[in-house]
Design a protein. Structure first.
Length: 141
């Protein structure tokens, strides 16, 4: 078993969805990988399915899960819906914080009225940190 050192992000997958196409080009790793995504009616060019991956429309909304890869427009995205995933932080938070998404798909401490979609397994010192969280639908807080 690997030893986790100071703030070393890790993953323990439980459930992936890997067949939903990206509604936009999500190939920029620094922007999209390890961010929250949702599913919506497909509207992007060249999409074959009825549903597609989109960035969150509003802060604190429920999401499908965390994007694991960097799909081009109309390519399948791999989304972890449940399990421990690497995530991209929007702000500082501590271990155990319930997390919500921003409109960029990054994660921050959930506030009243938002959907908690994860629980921090490692602390974040600020925006852009890649840490890990247990991804799960905790419901609206």
């Amino acid at each position: 078993m690997a030893t986790i050192t100071n703030n070393q992000a890790y993953e323990i997958p439980d459930f992936y969805v890997g067949t939903v196409e990206a509604n936009v080009d999500m190939s920029v790793e620094a922007t999209f990988q390890f961010t929250g995504v949702d599913v919506s009616a497909a509207s992007g060019a060249g999409l074959l399915g009825p549903a597609a991956l989109v960035v969150p429309v509003s802060a604190g909304q429920a999401i499908l899960g965390v994007l694991q890869n960097n799909p081009l427009l109309a390519e399948a995205g791999v989304v972890m819906c449940d399990g421990v995933s690497k995530i991209k932080a929007a702000a500082a938070f501590g271990v155990g914080a319930l997390l919500a998404v921003t409109t960029a798909g990054t994660f921050q401490t959930a506030t009243s009225g938002q959907f908690a979609v994860g629980k921090a397994m490692l602390p974040s010192s600020g925006a852009g940190d890649v840490v890990c969280a247990f991804i799960h639908n905790f419901g609206k807080i």
